[in-house]
Design a protein around this ligand. Structure first.
Ligand code: ZN
Length: 1020
C-alpha cells in the first residue's frame, strides 16, 4: 500500500491502490498471511524505446480465486498450470477460479511508456518510475518478489526489507524481498547517489538523490533520523529494516512501505524537511505499518496529520493557530448540503479544487477528531492506546472500529457515542452565546450566560471557557448535552471578556469575528462572481480565469452587476481600477509591477468575501496564478515574477469572544486643559471637526466659541457644514454676501425641507461668518439621491447622470464602520424605514465620502485656509467617518472635538472632549397643528391638532387651510416654519383660515392663536 503525501505545495491525482478497487473490492490477506499468493516478477528495460519486458509467476494457494487486471499491458503469453490460457480479443481481465490444489499462473508481457504520456510512470535514460498499472494487478494482497535488470550506473528501489544486487558487466541485477503481503508494489531506478547510515537497532536509513541535488541528502537524512526516533519513542519500533528517501523525476509525494518518493521540485523546497518529511515518515507506522481497511474508511490521514503536521506546529508554539487554520479551511469548503461525513472518507479525492471539501473532512476534521479524542482520554492514555493499536495491528489492515477498541480497552471508557457523533454526522457544532450579563451577588460579580447549540440535534461536548477579569483568567470546562445550557460563574474581580474555546480544541463552526477573509473562502463560496472592469481585462487575467474554470465562478463585466449581486455573492475584482470596486474599497495601495491578491470581508455581506486583484501585466498573472491554490489560507498575497513576496492572514478573534463589561474611562482633572490651551492646539491643524448632537444647544454654543477663538488667532478660516447640500452653495454665498435676507435664504436653500432642525441652533454661527466674511461650504449630497440609494439597496440602479454626482472612490470597509452603521440601522429599523442594510450602508458611505470630497476640493483651491467642519457626531468619528476619507485624498493634519455625551467610545473617536454645561433655547413657537402641503391650491392643510395646543383652543379645525400668518401668505409647510421662526417673542399670531363648509362653499376667517406662555431665556 502506498499513502498519498499530505499535500502542501503540490498535488497529483493518483492512488494506485484504488485503481483495482473499482473492479472489485480487494480482499485482505488478513485471514492468514501464509495463505497469500506469491507474485514473482522479473523484468528488463529498453531505455531507448521507453519500454519494459517482464514475466510474472503467481503461485495461487488452494481454495483462492484470483482476478487480474492486465488492461494496461501488452500480454504476450499466459499459462495456467502449464496449459496455455487463451485471452479473448480485447479482454482486459483474467479470472482464475479457485481450485482444491495450488495453481501456477505465468504471464509474459511488455509495456511502452512514451515520454510525457503518464504522470506516474516513466522509462528513460534519466530514470525509471513505475507506479501505475505496470504489472498484472490483483484483487488480493500478495507476497512480492521482484527482480530487475538495470544499467550499472543506476540504483533501484522498491518495497523491501532486503535487497540483493549482482553486478553483471555493464548492467546490474537487483532483487527485492519483502516479508509482508501488499496490494501493490512500485519500482524506481535512476542514476542516484546513495548515502546510507544506520539508525535504531541494525536499521538502515538511506537517501537516493540525483547528482545535481546531492548536497540536500545530508539535511534530509538528519531530519528523517529525528522523526524516526520521535515516532519510535512514541509508538514503538519502526516496523521495517530500511527507510529511504527517494527523489523522483516526476512530481509525486508518496509514502510507500520502506521508502518515501518525493518529486525533484518538491525536494528542493526548503520547508519540506520540516513538514511533509515527518508526515511521510509517520506513515511507516500508520498507513503502511497498520494499513487502512478498505471496508472501513480512511483514519490514516487524520491521525498522521495530527501526530505530524499539528504536532510540529505545537513544537513551535503555534498549534492553536494551526487548528484554527484547519477550521477555517473546513468552513471555507464544506457546506451542509454536501452531506460529507468523516466515516465515508476513503481517499484524498481529486487533486483539483473539487476535492477540497473531501480533503477538508478527511484531513482537517479527522485531525481535529484525534485532538478531541486526546483531550477526552488524556495524553498518557492517548499514547498508550495508539501503542496498543500499532502493536495489535502491525502489518494488518484496521478501521475506525479497531481504533475504538484500543482506546476503550486502554482508557476503560465507553466511546461509542463519541466516535459516532464525530464520524457519522454531517454537521459540526454551532455554538452561540446568548443573554450574557453581569449580575452582582453580595458585592461580587457573577457572569451569567447561555450557550446555545444551533444544531438540530445537540452534540455532547466538553467546552473550554475562559473568563478574563481585571485580575486573572479563570478557566472552566463546561459539559454540554442540551440545546441550551445556562451558566453562572461567580468571580472575585470585574470580568472583561468571555472566550469560548480559545485554543480551538473543538471541531465547530467559527463565529464571523473569528474567520479571516481568505482566498480559500472565495474558492469555496457557493455563489461567486468575478468582476471585470471592462472587456479588455479578460486578456490580462486570462491565466487566472483559466485556473478558476473548475470552481464555477460567474464572470461578469461591472456594468452587468446589480446591487443585489454585490450583497449576495463573494466577489473577485479583477483589476482595482474599475468604478465598481472603487465604490466599495476606494483604490487600495497595491505594489506596482507585481501580482497582488487582497481578500477582505464583503462590506455589504460579511459572510461573503471580496477579493481585490491587481497585476502589472499578463506575465505577472501567469507566473502567480498556478501557485495560488497553495496559498488558500492567506488574506493578502503579493507575487513578483511568480515568487511570493508578502503573505498575511488578517487578524481575527481567537475563540468565540464576548465583551462583558466596559468600564468607563475618566479624565484626571489635574491634567484637564483650559479652553485657550485647547484652542492653541487646534491651531496646529488644518481641519477641525466639531461634532454635534443636532438638537443639543450646548454643542452649537461650543462650535460658535471655537470658531470665534480660532478666527481671533487667524482669520483665514472657512466653515464646512453638513446642514447644507452642495446645490445650495450659491444661495449660501448670496446670503453671506448680503444679497438675500434671512427669510429668502431659508426658503431658497430649502433649509427646512432638507435639514428641518430649529434654525436658531445655527443662526449665530452663520451670522458670525456673514459679519466676518468667512466662507461657509455646503458639504452634503442631495438628500433625495441618498434616499434613492437607500431604497434601491445600492447606487447601481441610479441613472448615469445621478451617479455622476457621487464620489468615485468610496471605502465601505473602514475599520469598525460597518459595525457602527449597523447599530444605527438597528435603531432606525423600528421606524418603518424601507430599504435593506446594504442600501443603508451605501447611503451612509455616500454621505461621508461626499463631505470628505467637498472638504478636500475646497482645501486644494484655498491652500491658505483652515476649515472648521460642523457635522453630526457620527460623521466626525476620527477612526472611520469623514477624517480618514479626507486623509485618503489629501494628507492634512486633522483634529476632532466633541462635547462629552458620556459615551466611553469618545476617548477613541475624538481628540478633545469638552465638558460644557447644558444649555437650551426657548421652545420653538408652535401652533399645535400637523400640516401638509395642499395640492394645486394655495395655503397649507391642517391634518391634525395637538389636543393641548393653542390652535385647537383658538378654534382652528382639522381640514382648515392656513392661508397666511400675520398677513404673510404661506404656501407650504416650510413657509409656516419660516414665519413661526420670527414669533419667538410674540404673544399671539393671526392665522387666516379658509374653511370648507358643506353646501355653503368656502369661507375665510381670521383666528388669533395665542402662543404658549413660555419662560424665555434672557438674551442680551
Ligand atoms: Zn499522508
Amino acid at each position: 500500500m502506498k499513502v498519498k503525501h499530505l499535500q502542501l505545495f503540490f498535488y497529483i491525482i493518483l492512488v494506485t491502490h484504488f485503481f483495482n478497487m473499482g473492479l472489485s473490492k480487494p480482499l485482505s490477506a488478513e485471514a492468514g498471511h501464509l495463505n497469500a499468493p506469491v507474485h514473482n516478477i522479473s523484468m528488463e528495460f529498453n531505455l531507448q524505446s521507453n519500454s519494459l519486458r517482464a514475466n510474472s509467476r503467481i503461485e495461487l494457494p488452494a481454495g483462492i480465486n484470483l482476478h487480474l487486471n492486465v488492461s494496461n499491458l501488452n500480454v504476450i503469453q499466459t499459462t495456467l498450470n502449464g496449459q496455455p490460457l487463451e485471452l479473448p480479443e480485447g479482454n482486459t481481465f483474467i479470472e482464475i477460479p479457485s481450485s482444491p490444489n495450488e495453481q501456477e499462473i505465468l504471464l509474459s508481457y511488455d509495456k511502452e511508456i512514451p515520454p510525457g504520456s503518464s504522470p506516474a510512470n516513466m522509462i528513460s535514460e534519466a530514470g525509471i518510475t513505475l507506479i501505475d498499472s505496470w504489472y498484472p494487478l490483483a484483487d488480493h494482497e500478495m507476497f512480492f518478489k521482484l527482480t530487475a535488470q538495470i544499467p550499472a550506473a543506476f540504483a533501484a528501489i522498491s518495497e523491501a526489507d532486503e535487497t540483493i544486487v549482482f553486478q553483471i558487466n555493464d548492467s546490474k541485477q537487483v532483487t527485492f524481498l519483502f516479508p509482508h503481503p501488499l496490494f501493490s508494489i512500485n519500482f524506481i531506478a535512476g542514476p542516484y547517489l546513495v548515502v546510507q547510515e544506520s539508525f535504531g537497532e541494525d536499521k538502515t536509513l538511506a537517501a537516493y538523490f540525483f547528482p545535481e541535488d546531492k548536497e540536500l541528502a545530508v539535511g534530509y537524512l538528519a531530519k528523517a533520523k529525528k522523526y524516526l526516533e520521535r515516532y519510535e519513542e512514541m509508538l514503538g519500533p519502526y516496523p521495517y529494516t530500511r527507510f529511504s528517501i527517494v527523489e523522483n523525476r516526476l512530481p509525486t509525494g508518496f509514502a510507500m512501505p520502506t521508502f518515501t518518493l518525493l518529486g525533484q521540485s518538491v525536494v528542493r523546497l526548503p520547508f519540506i524537511v520540516d513538514t511533509s518529511l515527518g508526515h511521510e515518515v509517520l506513515h511507516a507506522w500508520f498507513g503502511n505499518g497498520v494499513r487502512m481497511s478498505p471496508q472501513e474508511g480512511n483514519w490514516v490521514e487524520g491521525l498522521t496529520t495530527y501526530l505530524a503536521d499539528q504536532s510540529f506546529a505545537a513544537d513551535e508554539g503555534r498549534d492553536t493557530a494551526y487548528r484554527k487554520e484547519q477550521l477555517v479551511k473546513y468552513q471555507s469548503f464544506v457546506r451542509p448540503d454536501m452531506n460529507l461525513v468523516l466515516r465515508d472518507f476513503s481517499n484524498v479525492g481529486h487533486g483539483d479544487i473539487k476535492g477540497e471539501p473531501v480533503r477538508a473532512v478527511g484531513y482537517n476534521k479527522s485531525s481535529m477528531f484525534f485532538h478531541m479524542l486526546r483531550n477526552k482520554v488524556g495524553q498518557d492514555m492517548f499514547t498508550a492506546s495508539l501503542q496498543d493499536f500499532f502493536k495489535r495491528l502491525k502489518f494488518k489492515t484496521a478501521g475506525w472500529s479497531d481504533l475504538q477498541t484500543s482506546f476503550e480497552s486502554i482508557s476503560g471508557m465507553d466511546l461509542d457515542d463519541f466516535f459516532a457523533q464525530w464520524l457519522d454526522r454531517n454537521d459540526i457544532p454551532v455554538l452561540v452565546v446568548q443573554e450574557s450579563e453581569i449580575m452582582n451577588r453580595d458585592g461580587f460579580p457573577v457572569v451569567h450566560f447561555s450557550i446555545v447549540q444551533e444544531n438540530e440535534i445537540p452534540y455532547v461536548l466538553e467546552v473550554p471557557v475562559v473568563v478574563k477579569t481585571t485580575a486573572e483568567e479563570i478557566h472552566k470546562k463546561l459539559s454540554l448535552s442540551e440545546k441550551r445550557t445556562v451558566v453562572d460563574i461567580p468571580l472575585a474581580s470585574v470580568p472583561q471578556t468571555l472566550v469560548i474555546d480559545p485554543e480551538y480544541d473543538l471541531m465547530r463552526e467559527l463565529s464571523p469575528s473569528e474567520v479571516p477573509p481568505t482566498w480559500s473562502q472565495f474558492l469555496g463560496a457557493a455563489n461567486k462572481i468575478a468582476v471585470l472592469p471592462e472587456e479588455k481585462y479578460r486578456d490580462l487575467y486570462k491565466s487566472l480565469l483559466e485556473q478558476l474554470e473548475e470552481s464555477e465562478v460567474r464572470v461578469l463585466l461591472q456594468d452587468e452587476i446589480t446591487d443585489k449581486d454585490l450583497a449576495e455573492n463573494s466577489l473577485l475584482f479583477l483589476g482595482i481600477e474599475g468604478s465598481l470596486s472603487r465604490s466599495l474599497f476606494a483604490r487600495p495601495d497595491h505594489p506596482e509591477d507585481s501580482f497582488t491578491l487582497d481578500a477582505r470581508p464583503n462590506p455589504l455581506n460579511p459572510s461573503q468575501v471580496a477579493v481585490l486583484v491587481s497585476a502589472a501585466n499578463p506575465e505577472q498573472v501567469k507566473m502567480a496564478a498556478g501557485k495560488l491554490r497553495h496559498y488558500g489560507k492567506y488574506s493578502y498575497l503579493s507575487f513578483q515574477n511568480g515568487r511570493n513576496q508578502v503573505k498575511k492572514i488578517t487578524e481575527t478573534d481567537f475563540g468565540l469572544t464576548v465583551d462583558l463589561v466596559r468600564l468607563p474611562v475618566g479624565i484626571e482633572t489635574s491634567k484637564s486643559r483650559t479652553f485657550d490651551d485647547i484652542i492653541a492646539n487646534l491651531l496646529d491643524h488644518k481641519v477641525i471637526y466639531i461634532g454635534e448632537s443636532h438638537t443639543n444647544y450646548e454643542d452649537h454654543l461650543l462650535q460658535l466659541e471655537i470658531i470665534r477663538a480660532l478666527y481671533e488667532h487667524d482669520p483665514r478660516l472657512a466653515i464646512g457644514m453638513e446642514m447644507f447640500t452642495r446645490p445650495s452653495q450659491a444661495v449660501l454665498d448670496r446670503y453671506l454676501a448680503g444679497e438675500l435676507d434671512e427669510k429668502s435664504f431659508l426658503k431658497e436653500s430649502q433649509y427646512f425641507k432638507t435639514w428641518r432642525f430649529d434654525y436658531r441652533l445655527y443662526r449665530d454661527i452663520i451670522n458670525f461668518a456673514k459679519h466676518n466674511h468667512l466662507p461657509i461650504i455646503a458639504l452634503n449630497l442631495e438628500k433625495d439621491l441618498v434616499n434613492k440609494v437607500f431604497k434601491a439597496g445600492g447606487p447601481n440602479s441610479l441613472d448615469g447622470g445621478e451617479a455622476s454626482l457621487f464620489p468615485t472612490d468610496r471605502k465601505l470597509d473602514e475599520p469598525g464602520y460597518r459595525e457602527r452603521i449597523a447599530t444605527a440601522y438597528m435603531m432606525h429599523a423600528g421606524q418603518g424605514q424601507n430599504g435593506d442594510f446594504s442600501g443603508f450602508l451605501q447611503a451612509q458611505a455616500l454621505w461621508d465620502e461626499t463631505m470628505a470630497e467637498t472638504i478636500v476640493e475646497y482645501l486644494k483651491t484655498h491652500p491658505d485656509e483652515r476649515m472648521v467642519v460642523i457635522a453630526g457626531r457620527g460623521h466626525v468619528d476620527r477612526i472611520n467617518a469623514i477624517p480618514p476619507r479626507v486623509n485618503r485624498r489629501l494628507p492634512v493634519s486633522q483634529v476632532v472635538v466633541v462635547n462629552s455625551s458620556g459615551s466611553p467610545s469618545e476617548s477613541e473617536t475624538a481628540d478633545f472632549i469638552f465638558l460644557s454645561p447644558p444649555a437650551s433655547l426657548s421652545p420653538f413657537p408652535l401652533l399645535g397643528v400637523m400640516l401638509e402641503d395642499t395640492e394645486n391650491e394655495e395655503g397649507v392643510l391642517v391634518t391634525a391638532l395637538n389636543p393641548q395646543g393653542r390652535a385647537l383652543e383658538a378654534g382652528i379645525k382639522e381640514k382648515d387651510i392656513i392661508m397666511a400668518i400675520d398677513s404673510q401668505p404661506v404656501n407650504d409647510v416650510e413657509d409656516v416654519k419660516i414665519e413661526m421662526l420670527y414669533k419667538e417673542d410674540s404673544a399671539s399670531v393671526l392665522a387666516r383660515i379658509k374653511r370648507r363648509a358643506f353646501l355653503f362653499g368656502d369661507k375665510e376667517l381670521d383666528i388669533e392663536v395665542p402662543l404658549k406662555n413660555t419662560e424665555k431665556t434672557q438674551r442680551m
